[in-house]
Design a protein around this ligand. Structure first.
Ligand code: PT1
Length: 282
């Protein structure tokens, strides 16, 4: 492993000369917003994982509950049935890191038992029992900011100061985690693009992502194919690649450690070009 590779493979150390980790999205929800449920079946999901690995993915993010605007919650039983067998199969077949996108304590618990490398929670461990499950483990956890809940979060987002309010939320959640016995060193922060934010607020957050760096924790950025791109450009979900790559680069330039994307191959290429160029900037 080269020095750059070893740097970029350790969470939190990413900077503009060691490119961020690419997290590839694997939706196993029948209503997933941009794959239209294409990978809803088990074999297709595994084929998708294999493709993402050959495209250079660092982490596979498995989600069994859609959290896009308007989505409704799924039962624990359904979510477990979608996520756990797939996690087991991926762990048995590949060596890639796996993140589980869930807000349910029971899913977190079983995921950790079956080798999940990261827990990714859009509700930042605020649901019953989540803090306790994480406290018993050693896995890193992503705390995402959301205003409201998926079903209605886009109805009327409001902030006094979008950056300041989200930073305050992070400070409070970090404190709660530490008090529950989850070390600060395990935490990853995500401002939650599209989760109760207007178009303008999403772009303010993207432009000011570096403002969260002083919390001293790795940042995750997830903008891939979202409305903030589609609404700005008047593009359907399958026409948002250029916009998505641009947001990935903007996040990477501000030291994001993990970029969550649908288009792994294209994002890895873009980030390699950024990284090569950054070596010669001073
Ligand atoms: C995210 C994220 C996620 N996004 C993390 N996990 C989704 N850590 C699922 C739209 O505006 O950003 N970070 N898990 C997907 N959610 C959305 C939200 C999908 C908004 C689409 C939109 O189009």
């Amino acid at each position: 492993m080269t020095q750059d590779e070893s740097l970029s493979s350790s969470l939190g150390k990413a900077n503009i000369t060691s490119r961020p980790q690419v997290m590839g999205i694997l939706n196993v929800t029948p209503d997933s917003f941009s794959d239209g449920g294409k990978f809803a079946t088990f074999d297709k999901a595994l084929a998708q994982v294999e493709q993402m690995i050959s495209d250079g993915v660092d982490i596979i993010d498995i989600g069994g509950e859609s959290t896009r605007p308007g989505a409704v919650e799924v039962s624990e039983e359904d979510e477990l049935a979608r996520v756990i067998p797939l996690l087991k199969a991926i762990k048995a077949k590949f060596t890639v890191k796996v993140s589980i996108d869930t807000s349910k304590a029971a899913v977190m618990s079983q995921a950790i038992t079956h080798g999940a490398d990261i827990i990714n929670d859009v509700r930042a461990l605020q649901n019953e029992g989540c803090l306790a499950v994480l406290a018993k483990s050693k896995v890193p956890v992503c705390l995402m900011h959301m205003q409201g809940l998926p079903r209605s979060m886009q109805e009327n987002p409001h902030y006094d100061d979008v950056i300041g309010d989200i930073k305050q939320f992070f400070i409070e959640r970090i404190k709660v985690c530490e008090q529950a016995g989850i070390n600060r060193e395990r935490l990853i922060l995500d401002p939650g693009f599209g989760f109760g934010k207007t178009l303008k607020q999403n772009y303010q957050l993207l432009a000011q992502l570096h403002q969260f760096s002083d919390l001293g924790l790795p940042l995750l950025s997830g903008t891939s194919r979202k409305s903030m791109i589609g609404d700005l450009l008047s593009r359907n979900v399958d026409e948002r690649l250029a916009g998505s790559l641009t947001t990935a680069i903007i996040a990477a330039q501000q030291n994001a450690s993990i970029i969550r994307v649908h288009d792994v191959k294209e994002t890895v290429d873009a980030l390699k070009v950024l990284s090569m160029t950054a070596k010669y900037q001073y």
